[in-house]
Design a protein around this ligand. Structure first.
Ligand SMILES: *[C@@H]1O[C@H](CO)[C@@H](O)[C@H](O)[C@H]1NC(C)=O
Length: 353
């Protein structure tokens, strides 16, 4: 039995114990409301005029009904697993889809948009939904929710909901490192400070809009993404050390900013999920977790599917079974890897539920 198969039941037992601890309802939080980029987008970009879409195969080929929903994955996102673990039978709908209406709104909604990020200008250039606009859509959602649930119930859903934010990877991988207009002007440190200040104002505004339990993912080991290894890893084996240490220093700043926000609001719970370490552990010791391939994604060459348009039904060489791959395309983890990240989110986020 490997580490992973021992670990998963432990997480479930932990959550079941919590679930029996006095909650009458069958989900541990009333709703899940998500913001961010392609790590979290469940199909909002299908409704935008942007290149950054995943609503065609092979995306979704291991999802329910093999449907390409717009998730940048062969199967489920980490946040899908999180929703399941918390007792949800359905996933909160992509807010721009027609499913985000009526009673479906009661379990939350997803506002995330692939190629969005903390850098608002880059999000606009990518025709993604910038975080500021995601927040405006959330405010519109609150009004709709009040119509469906009544004001009092809506207020309690908004207060007790779990809010998730996953962003930042695209700011570095699809913007900073490849865009000389940015990386010749700002040092990594300066750009990180800029992104973290955008994070702070987003969280403050989200708090202002009623959120009280917020979980935010850190940056993963960006230097281990197949695309980053292909573009920047010529002279070293394994991951790109410089870029991993950039990610770690960003994560430190993110944690410091969160600590300072927490000092201002005694009724806020805010957790930064460390996804760097768990993903790095998997990449360093893949066989312990049942993986074989860590350096290239399953789809196509799996090396520089830069804008993701290169991972499509006509891409030759796509692997037949992604279960032993850590990455599905050159940037995004597989269903199997997301499951491991999700277990970490639950363990680290217990104080939120
Ligand atoms: C993929 O491989 C795993 C074992 O490595 C197996 O359990 C699973 O059924 C395979 N899936 C498909 C679709 O062939």
């Amino acid at each position: 039995m490997d580490f992973y198969s021992i670990r998963r039941p432990l997480v479930l037992i932990l959550v079941c114990a919590l679930a029996n601890g006095g909650y009458a309802q069958d989900t541990l939080v009333p709703a899940i409301i998500s913001f961010g980029d392609s790590a979290v987008d469940v199909g909002n970009n299908n409704y935008r005029a942007t290149l950054f879409k995943a609503n065609y195969p092979p995306y979704g080929r291991d999802f329910t009904n093999h449907e390409a929903t717009g998730r940048f994955c062969n199967g489920k996102l980490a946040t899908d697993f999180t929703a399941e673990t918390l007792g949800f039978k359905k996933y909160p709908a992509a807010y721009l889809s027609s499913e985000a209406s009526g009673k479906n709104l009661l379990i939350g909604a997803n506002f995330a948009s692939a190629a969005a990020g903390y850098d608002e200008k880059a999000s606009v250039l990518n025709h993604a939904i910038p975080l500021s606009e995601q927040l405006e859509l959330f405010k519109e959602y609150k009004t709709k929710l009040a119509k469906v649930a009544g004001q009092k119930k809506a207020d309690s859903i908004i207060k007790d909901a779990l809010y998730l934010l996953g962003a930042g990877s695209g700011d570095f991988v699809q913007n900073y490192y490849i865009n000389p207009l940015v990386n010749k002007v700002y040092t990594v440190d300066q750009y990180s400070n800029f992104l973290v200040s955008s994070f702070t104002s987003f969280i403050q505004n989200l708090y202002g809009a009623g959120a009280r339990k917020i979980g935010v993912t850190s940056l993963p080991p960006l230097g281990c993404l197949p695309e980053v290894i292909t573009l920047f890893g010529h002279h070293e084996k394994g991951c790109v050390t410089r870029i991993n240490s950039d990610a770690q220093s960003f994560n430190k700043k993110l944690n410091a900013a969160a600590a300072s926000i927490l000092k201002q609001h005694s009724d806020l719970r805010l957790v930064i999920f460390d996804i760097f370490k768990p993903l790095y552990d998997v990449i360093k010791s893949p066989s312990q977790y049942g993986f074989v391939e860590t350096r290239r994604g399953c789809c196509g060459t799996g090396t520089v599917e830069l804008t993701t348009v290169l991972c499509n039904p006509h891409t030759p060489g796509t692997c037949s079974n992604a279960t032993q791959y850590v990455f599905f395309d050159a940037v995004h983890p597989t269903d199997a890897a997301n499951r491991i990240i999700a277990d970490e989110l639950i363990v680290q986020g217990l104080s939120l539920i």
